[in-house]
Write a protein that binds this ligand. Structure first.
Ligand SMILES: Cc1cc2nc3c(=O)[nH]c(=O)nc-3n(C[C@H](O)[C@H](O)[C@H](O)COP(=O)(O)OP(=O)(O)OC[C@H]3O[C@@H](n4cnc5c(N)ncnc54)[C@H](O)[C@@H]3O)c2cc1C
Length: 387
């Protein structure tokens, strides 16, 4: 492994690394080739309590901060695994924790902490509205003590490996609200129940082994008790959770970045061409050194975002910038890694092409790079809003 500065989280790193070491490259490679779900890996992480890091101790979690949680995600990705299979379990419950009633928290959080229930899915994106979330067309109409859901979602991840989903739907038509961000609400959806009573799941085959789906709702009825917080405030609740999600995904990208750097530095030190290891050539060294600098810089912003979040301060700028820098840095590291593996970078057995595909996702999801630039321009630089 390349050297990284020691930090205060070495115990967590060592413990997560030890667990991940039981799931070597061959495991993740096979799962990827079969387009299967890493059930044994996710189970082991759950049983060890790592996915319940952010759930307070009173609800059965370990009550750690975002900083520690981010170290867990980083180590999973640095081990060669992919947190994308399970990161939702760590942060989706934040909406419940911050905005759910006491009864809801007591009902859901202990079961999520133990892993008895998975809350791995969050249904926001729709095919006809994309990033323009306030225009979502999925509706939830109150009928007695139930809400009736109609509409469509796209790219909704881990639905087949989750028990519950957090769903964003319009409860008041856009034309009738004062501000376009109002009139949307968040619901807990019992996925297995919903599949029998009005929700159709259509998997989307895609570039990475990421279980993601189109969802179709036709008169799906859910109990009013499944509404989280106040009706009409759901968009605000979703936004509250995004800073944690972005920071954790930044940490995953940093883990990927170090994985690529670990692999490429080892490979170029061993691969002999023209009578010496290719790592002697500055043309080989410099892109690797550049990627290392970028990963290290992204890491600083990740810790800054975590520290602000854990102190209860606003961290929208830092969370977005950490995600931007980390996704870019891991992509630079991925490019250097595949390039200096030559042809072998394309062979499945080296795992580089798999990690290359996995890390590419993070410049598009869960928020695309352009939208982060637009956030920074508007909110940090005070430039005019462009849309
Ligand atoms: C594998 C995968 C898993 C996902 N999982 C989930 C999930 O679990 N839940 C969920 O709700 N969503 C999920 N998503 C959706 C993801 O969040 C969106 O794909 C992402 O936010 C981009 O939205 P879009 O695809 O609709 O792109 P669009 O909004 O159509 O944008 C397309 C491109 O245009 C650019 N663009 C758009 N508007 C502007 C503008 N004003 N200025 C400059 N550029 C602009 C964007 O940057 C982007 O590159 C997932 C997506 C993928 C690929």
């Amino acid at each position: 492994m390349i050297k990284t500065a020691p930090d205060a989280y070495q115990d967590i790193r060592d413990a997560v690394r030890a667990l991940c070491a039981e799931f070597p490259d061959e495991y993740h490679r096979k799962i990827d080739e079969q387009r299967a779900y890493p059930e044994a890996f996710v189970d082991a992480l759950t049983k060890a309590g790592w996915l319940a890091a952010l759930i307070p101790a009173e609800y059965g979690g370990s009550g750690l901060g975002l900083t520690e949680a981010s170290v867990i995600m980083e180590e999973i990705n640095r081990s060669g695994g992919n947190s994308g299979a399970c990161h939702g379990q760590m942060y989706n419950m934040g909406t419940l924790l911050r905005h759910g009633s006491t009864a809801q928290k007591e009902l859901y959080l202990p079961k999520i902490a133990s892993g008895e229930w998975r809350l791995q899915s969050m249904g926001v994106t729709e095919p006809s509205t994309g990033t323009d979330t306030t225009k979502i067309k999925t509706t939830a109409v109150k009928k007695g003590d139930r809400y009736v859901i109609n509409g469509q979602k796209v790219w909704i991840s881990r639905v087949q490996h989750s028990d519950w989903m957090i769903l964003l739907a319009r409860t008041t038509p856009l034309a009738e609200v004062r501000k376009k961000s109002e009139g949307m609400s968040i619901f807990m959806v019992d996925l297995r129940q919903a599949e029998k009573t009005g929700m159709t799941v259509r998997p989307i085959p895609n570039m990475v082994n990421h279980e993601t789906n189109e969802l179709f709702f036709e008169n799906l009825e859910i109990p009013e008790a499944n509404l989280i917080g106040q009706e009409g405030q759901g968009f605000k609740y979703i936004l509250d959770g995004l800073n944690a999600e972005r920071t954790l995904i930044a940490a995953e990208c940093i883990g990927d970045g170090y994985w690529f750097l670990d692999r490429v530095t080892k490979y170029v030190s061993e691969r002999v061409v023209f009578g010496r290891a290719i790592g002697h050539n500055q043309g080989v060294q410099f892109p690797i050194a550049e990627a290392y600098i970028e990963v290290e810089a992204a890491n600083l912003m990740r810790y800054k975002a975590c520290a602000l979040f854990d102190a209860g301060q606003h961290c929208g700028g830092e969370a977005n910038m950490a995600k931007y820098l980390a996704a870019k840095a891991s992509w630079e590291a991925a490019n250097a890694c595949i390039q200096f593996h030559g042809g072998f970078g394309f062979a499945n057995e080296y795992d580089v092409e798999r990690k290359f595909r996995e890390t590419r996702l993070y410049q598009v999801a869960p928020i695309s790079t352009n939208l982060i630039l637009s956030y920074v321009a508007e909110h940090l630089l005070g430039l005019p809003r462009s849309f």
